[in-house]
Design a protein around this ligand. Structure first.
Ligand code: MN
Length: 222
């Protein structure tokens, strides 16, 4: 059995499937998905449906909430949030739902997602943790939104654990560098900007938790 983490799928279903094929995911493995399934890419509904299919087929998948799921949920309840969500990729998400808001089943799934998960040696969260708080686990908002926090980590509090997160897109070389420095700074950002057509970005990153390797899959959804 092996453990894998992927973040920021952003509607890129074909890239997701190609990445799973490349790592050869099997039913003993654990797949952790760190949020932002929707928005920007072409097939947000397809990404969530693929996760449900994997679960139905007996794969072990654990999913976290990202800020884009939160924006979508807030957009359904608060008229101030709706234009913000639509501008940040929500339009593409609506496109994948036949130019409608996501249906109740998909919304309920998003609503129920946890903000963090723990697995031996790791804390997993979408954006990161707020070490300005006495107990970083109490700031759920930071888990969805925080940026530029990694220099503030409290190693004593982490007690040997590594934080794996996404949310802030990085280039391939930045992610490789991050991996090389993992012994010095126990924070791993695995968002390789799958949905962005920009130099160095446009990849999906699979992090292998047990041997601390990465596999990159170039975008297949464009
Ligand atoms: Mn995000």
């Amino acid at each position: 059995m092996a453990r894998f983490a992927i973040s920021d799928l952003h509607g890129c279903r074909q890239t997701f499937l190609a990445a799973l094929d490349t790592i050869g995911l099997n039913k003993d493995d654990e797949l952790f998905l760190l949020g932002d399934y929707i928005d920007r890419g072409p097939d947000s509904k397809g990404v969530i449906d693929t996760i449900w299919e994997l679960e139905r087929d007996g794969y072990r998948v654990q999913c976290l909430k990202g800020n884009h799921e939160q924006m979508c949920l807030d957009g359904t309840k608060d008229p101030n949030w709706l234009p913000i969500w639509l501008k940040n990729g929500g339009r593409e998400t609506m496109g994948s739902f036949g130019d409608h808001m996501p249906d109740e089943q998909h919304l309920q799934w998003m609503e129920a997602l946890p903000h963090y998960l723990e697995t031996p040696g790791y804390i997993l969260t979408h954006a990161g943790l707020n070490f300005r708080r006495a107990n970083p686990m109490e700031d759920q908002d930071a888990m969805l939104w925080i940026r530029r926090w990694s220099q503030e980590v409290d190693r004593d509090w982490l007690n040997g654990r590594i934080i794996v997160h996404g949310h802030t897109p990085r280039t391939l070389s930045e992610i490789k560098e991050n991996l090389a420095y993992l012994n010095h700074l126990p924070v791993m950002n695995i968002d390789a900007g799958c949905c962005y057509d920009l130099p160095g970005r446009g990849n999906l990153c699979v992090f292998h938790l047990d041997d601390q390797r990465v596999t990159f899959m170039p975008n297949r959804d464009r």
